[in-house]
Each structure stands twice: as C-alpha cells, then as structure tokens.
Ligand binder design. Structure first.
Ligand code: FAD
Ligand code: NDP
Length: 359
C-alpha cells in the first residue's frame, strides 16, 4: 500500500532536522528519510564525523557533533516527525504526488511505496579527501576539512599550518588561519591559483602566508600513540620531483566538495558544480513544491548554523506552498513554477511569489 506524506524531507543534517522541527510543530506530520550510510556518512550528516562543535550557538562549552545531531533528531521526533532509517535511491519529481523509492524496501521498477505533496532536499555535501598516507591516522588529530570549524582549537595555536587547494575556499581558509597559526603554507598543485583575482591579491599580500605552487602533499607524519597528533608533512614539487618534509601541526583540505545531488540530477536545475540552484534568499528550486536546504544548495558558507537556517526557510516555504495548494490558489503556485534558471542566479528577477512574508 502506498504511504503518502504531505511533506517528505530527504537528509538528516541540521537542515533536515530544523525543517522537521518546524513542520512537525506545524502539525504537518513530516516524514524524514535519514539515510543508512547515504554517501558513506552516518545518519546525522557531516557533524557525526567530527568531535567538538564550538560555533553552534547555545553551547558555550561546545558540544560534540554526534551529540548535537542526536539532540536535533530527538527534537524532530518529539513533535511527531516520522523518521525512516533508509536511503532514498530514486526520486520522481516529474509528476505529482512526488514519488520516492527506498534502498532496501522498494524495487526501482515497481510502483513507489512512498509519495509526498512537497519534498525538501537536504542531502548535504561531502568534503573531498585526498587519501594521503597517514590521513586516516591523523584525521581530526591535525587534519581537517573545515578551517572555519576547527581552526581555533588549541592544537593549531602559533603552529605552522598547511592548506591544500588553490580555489576561493583555500584562499579564504588560509587567511582565516593566519589568526591562529604562526605561519600558513598553501600548497597549490598547478602554477596558478583558481581563486578570484581579489582573493588571490589578498592571499599573496598576507605576510603570514607562503604559497607553494606546483606542490603536492605525499604523507602525513606524527606522534605514534593513540590519538597522536600530526607533526610533519612530506611534500613534493611536481615539476622538479624534489621532496621535503615540513614541520606542520595542522593540515586543512580545501580541495572542493561534492554535493549529494545524484537523486535530482536531470530533474532540478543545478549549477556548474552540481549544487541545487535556489532563488537567492529562498529554498525555491526550479520545481514548485520541491525545496532545497543546507549544503546541497550552498557552496559558500557550509556551516551547521547556515544549514539549520535554510532548513527553517524551507519548512516555512513548504508550509505556505501546501496551504496555498489546499486553498486552491493555483495562480500563486504557478508564479513559483515560472522560476527559470536565470532567476535562480540573480536576485533581480526573483518573482513576487513569497511563501515567507518576512522575506
Ligand atoms: P549534512 O550534514 O551534509 O547531512 C546530510 C545527510 O543526509 C548525509 O550525510 C546523509 O546522512 C543524509 N542523506 C544524504 N543523501 C540521502 C538520501 N539519498 N537519502 C537519505 N538520506 C540521505 N559546521 C559548523 O558550523 N561547525 C563545525 O564545527 C563544523 N565542523 C565540521 C567538521 C567536519 C569534519 C565537517 C565535514 C563539517 C563540519 N561542519 C561544521 C560543516 C557542517 O557539518 C555542515 O555545514 C552541515 O552539516 C551541513 O548540513 P546539511 O543539513 O546540509 O547536511
Ligand atoms: P574549487 O573547486 O574552486 O577549488 C578546488 C581547489 O582544490 C582547486 O585549486 C583544485 O586544483 C584543488 N584540488 C582539487 N583536487 C585536488 C587534489 N587532489 N590535490 C590538490 N589540489 C586539488 O573549490 P572551492 O571550494 O574553493 O570553491 C567552490 C566554489 O565556491 C567556487 O565556485 C568558489 O568560487 C566558491 N566559493 C566562493 C567563496 C567566496 O566568494 N568568498 C568562498 C569559497 C568558495 P586545480 O585548480 O588544479 O583544479
């Protein structure tokens, strides 16, 4: 028998759970598919892979990432969210109601067992790793994929830190880290930076930054004990083949993220890097009734709090969408459906339709 929800949420990070809290408090009985190691990450999302979160408001002493996500999950359930521990492997957004297939309980060819009137995509993103020798040993013990999240911790204070990458994230993270480290070296595999000209100028002018072009990391070395910290990084000049070992107590990857958008590819408008395009300041995607929140639509800020904020926006917009549909106001829903790719890129063309009157 088909199980129908008014609104389905796909994902389980701060965006998904914030949306679930708002929608369940609005008595819309959302169904949240939290995934079962979806994309290799446990239910709860990226924060389940970290230790202390020190920049999420409300926790002056910090909170562990898994504890924060357990609390968000409990809060979603408290108000009546139905949480299904399965990964959605196929989504049909072409006809209504929207249709979902689960990894273990549905066969792709069969009629879907689960449908919804509105869907919130909150499947997140994954920071790319480099699989360096020593990476597993020193991950979170010197190696991080998020300088803004981890840069302030004591192990990095007044130490030599290394950033890998040549894009805007690498430049931004390197400059951020100069507040804490004694020196920041940026390893760029090509002989030029990919970051914007303005960002390049600032980076290259910073006296605490050294940019090493044509350099790649080979191996992370460190203390040989449980939870030992990294102390050195072996690197190589890919032009000359020359190798050297740097003293380094921190290594930050800024080599890009992969948004989890395989479910919606070919259905929703995505940008050139595969992120879901949303109208600026909203969660509207190119299909009315489908909303996106969190890192899956944000390649710039990628923080727990910004994901949670966008989950709130998606919930308020989904709620309004469903209310309009119920009140039979197709004209307003039609306006939303007029959103074209160009509108999603620039604020100037945002249509009048607003779910959230505050926006
Ligand atoms: P995510 O956290 O990316 O979670 C989405 C989850 O949805 C996936 O992990 C998966 O479990 C599930 N999912 C995906 N696809 C499916 C599917 N098809 N079906 C069902 N479920 C699915 N931010 C901070 O603000 N402070 C920090 O200290 C901090 N530390 C970090 C440390 C690390 C190591 C990392 C990697 C990130 C850190 N961040 C931090 C960033 C923060 O974790 C992310 O910005 C935030 O988690 C993004 O939330 P999200 O809701 O978009 O989804
Ligand atoms: P990008 O994809 O732009 O850059 C990734 C960088 O990592 C590139 O320099 C790439 O090198 C390098 N890289 C990738 N794989 C490896 C590897 N295996 N070994 C070594 N280096 C590697 O990602 P960003 O996260 O920097 O940016 C993503 C998007 O977000 C961009 O559009 C960016 O403009 C935007 N952004 C904007 C910001 C701002 O405006 N303030 C801040 C942050 C991001 P190569 O160049 O050789 O491919």
């Amino acid at each position: 028998m088909t199980e129908h929800a008014r609104v389905a949420i796909i994902g389980s990070g701060p965006a998904a759970h914030t949306a679930a809290i708002y929608l369940s408090r609005a008595e819309l009985q959302p169904v949240l598919y939290e995934g079962m190691l979806a994309g290799g990450t446990a239910a709860g999302g990226q924060l389940t892979t970290t230790t202390d979160v020190e920049n999420y408001p409300g926790f002056p002493q910090g909170i562990s990432g898994p504890d924060l996500m357990d609390s968000m999950r409990a809060q979603s359930e408290r108000f009546g969210t139905k949480i299904i521990t399965e990964t959605i492997t196929k989504l049909d957004l072409k006809s209504r109601p929207f249709k979902m297939w689960r990894e273990y309980d549905d066969n792709e060819g069969d009629a879907p067992a689960h449908t919804a009137d509105a869907v919130i995509i909150a499947t997140g993103a994954n920071a790319r790793r480099l699989s360096l020798k020593g990476e597993e040993t020193y991950w979170q013990n010197g190696i991080s994929a998020c300088a803004v999240c981890d840069g302030a911790v004591p192990i990095f204070r007044n130490k030599h830190l290394v950033v890998i990458g040549g894009g805007d994230s690498a430049a931004e993270e390197a400059m951020f880290l100069t507040k804490y480290g004694s020196k920041v070296t940026v390893l760029v595999r090509k002989e030029f930076l990919r970051a914007s000209k303005a960002m390049q100028k600032r980076l290259l002018a910073n006296p605490k930054v050294e940019v090493k072009f044509n350099h790649e990391a080979l191996e992370v070395l460190g203390e040989n004990k449980p939870r030992g910290l990294m102390t050195n990084l072996r690197i190589k000049n890919n032009k000359t083949g020359e190798e050297e070992t740097l003293d380094a107590n921190g290594l930050f990857y800024a080599v890009g993220h992969d948004p989890a958008t395989s479910l919606v590819k070919g259905q929703l408008d995505l940008d050139e890097d595969g992120y879901v395009l949303t109208q600026p300041g909203t969660s509207y995607t190119s299909i009315p009734g489908v909303f996106a929140a969190g890192d899956v639509q944000d390649k710039r800020y990628r923080q727990a709090i910004t994901s949670a904020g966008s989950g709130c926006i998606a919930a308020l917009e989904a709620e309004k969408y469903l209310a309009d549909a119920e009140d039979d106001k197709p004209d307003q829903i039609e306006k939303n459906s007029e959103v074209k790719k160009g509108d999603l890129n620039g604020a100037e063309n945002v249509p009048e339709y607003r779910s959230n009157p505050l926006l």
